[in-house]
Design a protein around this ligand. Structure first.
Ligand SMILES: O=C(O)CCC(=O)C(=O)O
Length: 376
């Protein structure tokens, strides 16, 4: 078993590298040619992911017009990504959350180091994902913490400064848990299920929720590096608060990378691996075997690859909130859908096991899900 207590090499904070004004980046941040962001033929700067107005979706009233439900359904099937505006979370809270985190990353190193993380839980202040020795690294630092389940929520593991940091992080998390619950209902209805069915499949009230704050320092050679390598999100739903001033998120669509242009005070929502459905073969699926046959054959929700580019002029910060299934539910096809002729393509795995598998390897496009296919 791997040693999860230590990183395989000494940790170097990317922010410190950036602030040392190196004219070139160290070799271990230089991506192989095929992964570099400079292949313009692969970038589509004219498109954007759909922007959907959620007016009517509130805590007390789920009153979305049918046209909005349709927009969400199309976005889930065709894009796997969309932005929402008028979602009910206060714009002022969104700005405060981003700014307390900016304050944290600009605190003296000795304050940040108190929260240095290890690969065992990833909680705290980190600078790499994956434990492969000699891996090519991403140009970013991050902070990772848990909101749910409550047994994992631990204020002592959250930054104590800047002032009010913990209160703001807490309030932000509570609001995002509520918004995620509302979005889950919409997805459930759109899949033709009962309003609470998707949530119940995730473990009801016992779901997981965590936050990764990504800090992308200025990079002297942005054409050679990535802020975050291509990956799909392992969990259920992700609600991303992007940097409103600095674009960077790119979403893969039809073989091209689309640079997302964030709307003001929007959240960018994407579907994770646990909600991905596949209409091609109902067994070629990770989680949604819980759905009825009819739904599986009609729905095609995508967990889409995305990555982050960096730039030489401005730092960038983003808050990725992950809404995940309960960690110890085995994720496997329902028995009725599996037979000798049509075996399940993936071995049953709990979300905890799946996440550990991904964490040890680091971000690797969608190859992770593919590599879990059962041998036939
Ligand atoms: O920084 C971003 O825009 C995206 C972050 C992301 O994809 C992640 O944290 O998984």
């Amino acid at each position: 078993m791997n040693n999860l207590h230590d990183w395989p090499e000494p940790i170097i904070r990317v922010q410190s590298l950036s602030e040392s004004d190196l004219p070139i980046i160290p070799d271990r941040y230089i991506k192989p040619l095929t992964d570099r962001p400079c292949l313009n033929s692969e970038v589509d700067n004219d498109s954007n992911i759909p922007i959907i107005d959620l007016t009517g979706l509130s805590e007390h009233e789920d009153n979305l017009p049918a046209s909005t439900l349709d927009q969400i359904s199309i976005a889930c099937r065709e894009w796997g990504f969309f932005q929402v505006i008028n979602h009910g979370v206060s714009p002022e809270l969104m700005d405060r959350a981003r700014e307390v985190w900016r304050g944290f990353f600009h605190s003296p190193m000795e304050i940040k180091q108190v929260y240095a993380n290890s690969p065992k839980t990833y909680e705290g202040y980190g600078s790499r994902l994956g434990i492969e020795k000699g891996a090519i690294l991403d140009w970013s630092d991050y902070y990772y913490l848990h909101y749910l389940p409550l047994t994992l929520k631990d204020y002592k593991k959250w930054p104590a400064s800047p002032d009010s940091c913990r209160e703001v992080i807490d309030e932000y998390g509570k609001e995002l848990v509520k918004l995620s619950g509302r979005i889950m209902k919409v997805l459930s209805i759109n899949l033709g299920l009962k309003e609470d069915q998707l949530q119940n499949a995730f473990g009801g009230d016992n779901i997981g929720a965590c936050l990764r704050v990504n800090f992308y320092p200025k990079c002297p050679q942005p054409d050679l590096a990535l802020g975050l390598s291509s990956h799909s999100d392992p969990g259920g739903l992700t609600l991303l608060l992007p940097d409103h001033e600095v674009p960077g998120l790119q979403v893969r669509r039809n073989g091209k990378w689309i640079t997302v242009k964030p709307a003001r005070h929007a959240f960018i929502i994407n579907i994770g691996d646990q909600v991905q459905t596949d209409k091609v073969d109902k067994h070629d699926d990770f989680k949604v075997m819980i759905y009825e046959d009819k739904v599986l054959s009609n729905a095609n929700y995508k967990s889409v690859e995305h990555r982050v580019i960096v730039n030489s002029g401005m730092e960038r910060i983003s808050l990725a909130f992950f809404y995940n299934p309960k960690s110890d539910i085995p994720i496997k096809p329902v028995e009725e859908l599996v037979s000798e002729e049509k075996p399940a393509l993936y071995s049953p795995m709990t979300f905890d096991e799946y996440r550990l598998f991904i964490r040890l390897k680091g971000p690797k496009g969608k190859s992770q899900v593919d590599s879990l296919k059962s041998p036939r």
